[in-house]
Design a protein. Structure first.
Lengths: 314, 250
């Protein structure tokens, strides 16, 4: 596995586990030796810029596309050997919601009901959860994008699976809808004992829902672990603005510090208070005016951008 | 399997496929009945069961490939439109079973059309007071031959309809098949037997012998070679389509 930072946690409680999962198109690895590890009861946020390989990875987990290399274990069973049994316990919504436009919402649910062999009460419950019960007799093609997305989630929820895989589940939803789906996803593990693997390119979305996170960029898993351990990586930087940054830089380098010129100031990785005082003293004694010394904390977005490549558009 | 087959019927509700088949067949039957009636008016020797069987079998060469293309396309296109193929495959249903269910669904609908044709032919013969009782053996051979050709044509159509999202390809193939089916008699036998759409005519129990002085209807035996060729094409198109759809990444 390549990447700047990677934390691999191995445990027997893994619901989803991949080993060196790779998908190659032509000579390019769209997914490159990814080792996912999702534990039971987690909400695992699979985060990455558009085109990072999130959907390709999720499709491989569902057997929609075949991996070029690597192995997938779900519920501790090999996907290649026990696919039907695994899929019976897995619900999914991949890319755009799937629906039969000429059928009503309820009829769409009935299609899924026949495939999943579940009782009628599951339909009522799933429609109630996504608040579509009042629109169930309307044709799906007449639904708004948000309603189609809810229908897709209801269909994924229908059998109340042990594992729910949602690819960008809040796409197309308005802010109120996003909030509702977010709250829904958060309560599923506790209420129905589900494990949720959801992908998104929006950090804020993952931050508000996930308990664990995997960050993928250009097919490589750059980070995997608890959200708290990602936050812990956000150590502060010290910024020093002087009257002569060029001379200051030279002086401080000679003294063993590692300043980085950043805009019109010098930036240091986290420094102890004594080091900050010493830098200030050095600059003043050499006649360089110190204009401002500041501390900047990295937020998750900074960390994410750092992991996936700075200044890149998401 | 029965559950998946039943599901196909559930999914095509409001697709109006029954009505479409009925209307298409109504047009074909009207055309066939009118031309046969005119033929009988010109020559009373043509007031025989052979005339209507021959007329319908040759018109099937034009109509059935088009009807088959439309029916199969309607059944397959709904999976492309709603991106539902990935949803179905992500449940614990095998692609092979889904493929088989669609094939059975399309062919059961077309069998309804062929049986309706047969019933209408009998009604036409009785109304026109054709001599003798309805020729059961010929009618069974007509149903068998038409169904055999239809099974091969739908196998080919389903392959194209599921493999290529744009249904214009499948419908164009259906129209091309209709053209070939209609003009099949003009091709040399060796070429004709390579084209499945000509089998509607070739597997008919009745043919027409053209002569300079007096043309007449003739019964033709069912060629076991043609039946074997049709069965071979069914297997070939079905397996090729099934393999491609199974391997296709979604």
């Amino acid at each position: 596995m390549t990447g700047l930072e990677l934390i691999i946690r191995m445990s027997d409680a893994a619901i989803v586990q991949t080993k060196s999962l790779t998908k190659t198109y032509g000579d390019k690895n769209r997914v490159n030796k990814v080792d996912l590890h999702v534990e039971e009861g987690e909400i695992y946020g699979f985060l990455g810029p558009n085109g990072a390989g999130k959907t390709t990875t999720l499709k491989m987990l569902l057997g929609l596309i075949k991996p070029s290399e690597g192995a997938i274990k779900i519920f501790g069973e090999s996907l290649s050997k026990n696919r039907p049994s695994i899929l019976r316990r897995t619900g999914s919504l991949i890319e755009s919601p799937s629906y039969y436009g000429h059928l009503t919402g309820l009829e769409n649910m009935r299609v899924m009901q026949r495939l999943r062999s579940v009782p009628d009460r599951n339909i009522d419950e799933a429609l109630r959860i996504v608040r579509l019960e009042n629109h169930k007799n309307k044709k799906a093609e007449q639904y708004s994008l948000g309603m189609k997305q809810r229908l897709g989630i209801a269909m994924a929820l229908l059998a109340f699976p042990k594992l729910l895989i949602l690819d960008e589940p809040t796409n197309g939803l308005d802010p109120a809808g996003i909030g509702e789906i977010r709250e829904l996803i958060k309560l599923l593990p506790a209420r129905y004992g589900m494990t949720i693997l959801l992908s998104s390119h929006l950090l804020t979305e993952i931050e508000q829902m996930a308990t664990s996170v995997g960050i993928i960029s250009e097919g490589n898993l750059m980070f995997q672990g608890k959200l708290d351990s990602l936050r812990a990586k956000g150590r502060s930087t010290i910024c020093v603005k002087t009257g002569d940054n060029l001379t200051s830089n030279r002086l401080l380098l000679a003294q063993g510090y590692s300043p980085i010129q950043s805009g019109n100031q010098l930036e240091f990785d986290y420094l102890e208070d004594d080091d900050v005082a010493e830098i200030n003293r050095l600059l003043v004694t050499h006649g360089i005016p110190v204009i401002r010394i500041g501390e900047r904390s990295k937020n998750l977005e900074d960390i994410f951008l750092e992991l996936t490549g700075k200044e890149r558009s998401l | 399997m029965i559950k998946i087959f039943g599901l196909e019927y559930f999914k095509i509700r409001r697709k109006k496929i029954w009505i479409m088949i009925t209307l298409f067949l109504a047009a074909e039957m009207m055309w066939a009945f009118l031309s046969t009636s005119m033929s009988i008016a010109r020559n009373s020797d043509h007031a025989v069961w052979e005339s209507i069987i021959f007329s319908i079998a040759s018109m099937n060469g034009l109509f059935m490939p088009i009807i088959s293309a439309i029916v199969v396309s309607r059944i397959c296109d709904m999976e492309h439109k709603g991106a539902t193929w990935k949803m179905l495959v992500a449940t614990n249903v095998s692609r092979g079973r889904l493929y088989a269910a669609k094939y059975l669904c399309a062919n059961s609908l077309l069998l309804y059309g062929i049986l309706a044709q047969t019933g209408l032919m009998i009604a036409f013969g009785l109304i026109k007071d054709f001599p003798g009782a309805p020729p059961v053996e010929w009618l069974i051979r007509f149903i068998g031959g038409t169904m055999l050709a239809t099974l091969a044509v739908t196998a080919l159509q389903q392959w194209i309809s599921l493999a290529v999202k744009n249904q214009a390809f499948a419908l164009c193939l259906g129209m091309l098949g209709g053209f070939i089916g209609m003009t099949a008699g003009l091709f040399p036998t060796s070429v004709r037997h390579l084209l499945i759409w000509s089998y509607y005519f070739d597997l008919s129990p009745v043919t027409f012998q053209y002569a300079e002085t007096a043309s007449s209807y003739m019964t033709q035996p069912t060629s076991s070679m043609l039946v074997a060729a049709a069965l071979g094409m069914i297997v070939l198109f079905y397996i090729a389509g099934n393999i491609q759809v199974n391997r296709q990444e979604i």
